[in-house]
Design a protein around this ligand. Structure first.
Ligand SMILES: Cc1cc2nc3c(=O)[nH]c(=O)nc-3n(C[C@H](O)[C@H](O)[C@H](O)COP(=O)(O)OP(=O)(O)OC[C@H]3O[C@@H](n4cnc5c(N)ncnc54)[C@H](O)[C@@H]3O)c2cc1C
Ligand SMILES: NC(=O)c1ccc[n+]([C@@H]2O[C@H](COP(=O)([O-])OP(=O)(O)OC[C@H]3O[C@@H](n4cnc5c(N)ncnc54)[C@H](O)[C@@H]3O)[C@@H](O)[C@H]2O)c1
Length: 457
């Protein structure tokens, strides 16, 4: 497995010091070096940060395994003679780790080829131009990029230490028989789908009245129905009071003292906090928000000239492509002489549930708040062909939110088979300002799920 090189850089000046070798930091370092900047990158752990090591990549690997598992479960209904399929996690983990190791190796090669000095230690600002490398070596640069990402947090309730987080999930070697997941956001929904498909009996405990706040309610309601059909149990408005151990497992106890059933494992998917402690931000005078995020303007400049920040350490949406896009544009401005900035409107995003769910633009609720009565909603609810053939009840729901007489599309919400791959192209079209008529003018690709987007009446 590729590790950053030992801390052996001499005390020279750089054009840019990047603190953090995750999605944003690596993208910034590479782009700055392309522009001829002398770059130092500080990363004490594995290159790739959250996304590559404990986020998007291992999560998508598990999601793909779960998808294969779900297909194998369907197969006998269609006439295939398939013995009961069971995933040997350890074998799968070898494939997952090989894939991730290849990414590490590729980063290592590219960093060396780009002449980026990598230092395997924490960075801490001593002042606005100086970064302390580990315990000793101060480095100076014209610009500093903070790209230190975030970490998962657990609720502050007694017994919380009995549960793990997504970081722990990625060390598991099997699906526990019964798993409780506290949370109702991306990670809760994604890990619940994976575990249920791979053999666990999962129960989600969401503190709010619905899943995935910020996504279209109708669409998330359909997901809840699909999850229930798949066997996932869901409790809403659940207020966790404490966790207690029970025969090697745990029981959740709500704030009213009601003790629930025993689970073999507990995962908290209750959000993440930025990595901004021990970074010397106060010494350098960098302003933070109440949650500890580094405050940035739309150019990703912090309150201190020469110090910039991208990715999960900022209050922006915590998505890998945003961290990368922000870092590249920043470096194009700083070292490439280009006046470019990141447009954070209409960012498409997909939740890798089973089936997946995606959105770009405004939800119906947001559109009504912004445009009042001039909002027109079009829906397609259907059973994808494979599920109809197998006579499985799982349904898809596609929804377009349009405004004005021209029916300009301001929101696309898709839930169902293959939407993770379908959404990207429609997100391009929406960014170009398409109308419902443009969609209807486009010849459908038949028979697909995607055609439902252009056939909506
Ligand atoms: C389970 C999970 C699944 C996810 N799935 C998706 C997905 O499917 N799609 C998507 O777009 N996003 C996904 N995300 C979010 C995505 O992983 C993050 O938005 C992205 O990794 C943020 O990149 P970053 O560069 O800001 O931070 P990170 O990738 O977290 O990198 C920060 C790096 O900084 C290093 N660091 C921290 N402190 C210091 C210091 N003092 N000095 C030096 N280095 C330091 C850390 O070791 C780390 O390597 C997921 C996240 C999780 C947790
Ligand atoms: N597919 C993707 O792109 C993807 C996947 C995973 C994560 N991510 C990114 O990572 C971020 C973090 O994911 P996440 O799921 O941890 O966060 P989230 O913000 O999506 O969801 C956090 C959930 O925890 C609940 N919660 C918070 N504190 C709680 C408490 N004390 N008790 C009970 N419930 C509590 C919230 O109500 C919410 O439902 C996401 O917001 C997203 O930006 C993206």
């Amino acid at each position: 497995m590729s590790q950053p090189a030992a801390c052996d850089a001499s005390n020279e000046d750089f054009d840019l010091i990047v603190i953090g070798g995750g999605s944003g930091g690596l993208a910034g370092a590479f782009r700055a070096a392309e522009h001829g900047a002398r770059v130092a990158l500080l990363e004490p752990h594995l290159f790739g940060g959250t996304c590559v090591n404990v986020g998007c990549v291992p999560k998508k690997a598990m999601w793909l395994a779960a998808e294969v598992g779900n297909r194998l479960k369907l197969a006998p209904t269609l006439g295939f003679a398939v013995p009961e399929a069971r995933l040997d996690w350890k074998t799968f983990l070898v494939h997952r780790q090989r894939y991730i190791s290849n990414i590490h190796d590729s980063y290592r090669r590219r960093l060396d080829a780009a002449g980026i000095v990598t230092i395997a230690s924490h960075g801490r600002l001593l002042d606005e131009r100086t970064v302390l490398c580990g315990e000793g070596m101060p480095l100076r640069a014209r610009h500093v990029l903070i790209a230190t990402g975030g970490h998962p947090v657990k609720p502050q309730v007694p017994g919380a230490e009995l549960g793990g987080t997504s970081d722990d999930f990625f060390t598991w070697c099997g699906a526990p028989p019964r798993v409780a997941i506290v949370g109702g956001g991306y990670i809760a929904v994604e890990l619940a789908g994976v575990l249920q498909a791979l053999g666990s009996r999962v129960e989600i405990f969401a503190r709010g009245p619905r899943l995935l706040a910020g996504f279209d309610t109708e669409v998330t309601d359909q997901l809840v129905e699909d999850y229930r059909q798949a066997g996932v149990h869901l409790q809403f408005d659940y207020k966790l009071g404490r966790v207690q151990s029970a025969d090697g497992g745990v029981r959740l106890c709500d704030v009213d003292g009601v003790i629930g059933e025993r689970f073999d494992a507990l995962l908290f998917a209750t959000g993440r906090r930025p990595n901004t402690t021990n970074l010397g931000l106060e010494a350098a005078g960098v302003a933070l928000d109440a949650d500890g995020h580094v405050l940035v303007d739309e150019l990703h400049a912090t309150s201190v000239e020469g110090i910039h920040a991208v990715g999960d350490v900022t209050p922006n949406l915590a998505l890998t492509p945003l961290a990368i896009a922000a870092a590249r544009r920043l470096m194009d401005r700083l070292f490439g002489g280009r006046d470019t900035r990141l447009d954070q409107d209409n960012v498409p995003t997909v939740v890798f549930s089973h089936p997946p769910l995606g959105k770009v633009g405004l939800t119906e609720e947001e559109a009504r708040q912004r445009h009042g009565d001039d909002v027109h909603v079009y829906r397609a609810g259907f059973r994808p062909m494979l599920y109809a053939l197998a006579d499985v009840p799982q349904r898809s729901l596609f929804k377009l939110v349009c405004v004005g007489d021209a029916r300009r599309v301001v929101g696309i919400h898709l839930m169902g088979e293959a939407v993770d791959e379908i959404l990207q192209g429609f997100a391009v079209a929406m960014k170009r300002g398409i109308t419902l008529e443009d969609l209807r003018d486009t010849v459908a690709i038949h028979p697909t799920s995607a055609e439902e987007v252009v056939l909506m009446r």
